[in-house]
Design a protein around this ligand. Structure first.
Ligand code: EPU
Length: 322
């Protein structure tokens, strides 16, 4: 799988885990630390084996302690966001999974003029809460993103989008922490946002972003949000165990349309199924395994290739130590 992340393995793993455990438990780290935590409890797909270490830092200093320790020990880290765009392997996952759910502040920043409003959003705020706040207060610009699950940081990292709007359209700046624990604030023009990617530097962990929304009548925004939600409900299996769209749309076409046209709807591998409503959604029908997910992805790719000569590329992030 092209974007499968190969993570640390090999000699000294136990020692490194112990060193990191000591650093976290004896130092200034504040937050939760879990060992051998099953990732299936943290992904919308409900798939994923136990990760060596999972941390929920409470503040930037604690995050810095995790990142610098990992960097020194050459231990891989990955941020799980809301776990909604993530496929995690069945076996033991090596490294440190980071949840930023404690980075959950939303604050008004500035009104550049009478017609706009600025907001500071922490990476761990659910995107749905940001959209909900905008709907309630009459802030326009992200009502098209209604119904997208996951955390705001993940939405920025993936440049989430729907109905012609992408998160980049409202971004002013993004604060990130690098693997040395340094905080950098990047203005929008310094970030090379593209379709479903922010192209942030390797290892940069998103802490927060500032966005700018336009004031509008709350009832007008609400009306539009409900229309978008209806369209989404009609087209997508919201509420089922999925990771959203599995493959990126090739230029000028829809991966869902191509998968459908290749006759894949209802195709299965184990307990993973190509959804009947939207073919670019694969559903965990109950206790599905990552290995079945891979099989189904390969099967769908090859049927689409045969039918339309198009090579689909995964949109989801894959974490696997296999
Ligand atoms: N279609 C089919 N069969 C299907 C699915 C779609 O024929 O099974 C057809 C539809 O009838 C329509 C066309 O394909 O004519 C496009 O479908 P849709 O409007 O559902 O949009 P999409 O291109 O499949 C994209 C994004 C979604 C986003 C929607 C709405 C990607 C990979 N997908 O889907 O984003 O919600 O537009 O804006 O970019 C995601 O990123 O996870 C995601 C779900």
């Amino acid at each position: 799988m092209e974007n499968r992340r190969r993570v640390f393995s090999g000699k000294g793993k136990m020692t490194k885990d112990k060193e990191i455990k000591d650093i976290l438990e004896k130092g200034l780290f504040k937050g939760d630390i879990m060992f051998n935590e099953r990732m299936s409890a943290h992904t919308s797909l409900k798939i994923g084996g136990p990760v060596d270490i999972m941390v929920v830092p409470e503040d930037p200093i604690s995050l810095k302690i995790v990142l610098t320790a990992a960097s020194r020990g050459k231990v891989p880290v990955f941020v799980i966001g809301g776990g909604t765009n993530l496929l995690v392997g069945d076996g033991e996952i090596e490294g440190i999974a980071i949840s930023l759910k404690a980075f959950n502040q939303i604050e008004k920043t500035r009104e550049t003029d009478e017609s706009h409003i600025g907001l500071y959003i922490g990476a761990g705020v659910p995107l749905a809460s940001v959209v909900g706040l905008a709907r309630k207060n009459g802030y326009s610009g992200i009502e098209t993103l209604v119904g997208i699950p996951g955390h705001f940081g993940g939405a920025v990292s993936m440049n989430a989008g729907s109905f012609g709007t992408e998160i980049k359209d409202v971004i002013m700046s993004v604060a990130v922490m690098n693997m040395h624990g340094e905080i950098l604030v990047l203005n929008k023009d310094e970030i090379n946002f593209s379709y479903r990617s922010s192209n942030l530097p390797e290892g940069a962990v998103i802490l927060s972003a500032n966005i700018l929304l336009k004031k509008d009548l709350p009832e007008e925004i609400e009306k539009r949000a409900l229309e978008f939600l209806d369209r989404k409900r009609a087209a997508q299996p919201l509420g089922e165990a999925s990771a959203g769209c599995i493959f990126k749309n090739p230029t000028g076409d829809s991966a869902g349309r191509l998968i459908d046209a290749a006759g894949c709807k209802g195709d299965r591998a184990g307990n993973v199924e190509v959804n009947e409503k939207h073919a670019n959604f694969f559903i965990n029908k109950g206790n599905a395994e990552c290995r079945d997910f891979y099989k189904l992805m390969e099967k769908v790719k090859s049927k689409v290739k045969k039918q339309s000569s198009i090579e689909l590329e995964p949109e989801i992030k894959i974490i696997d130590s296999a």
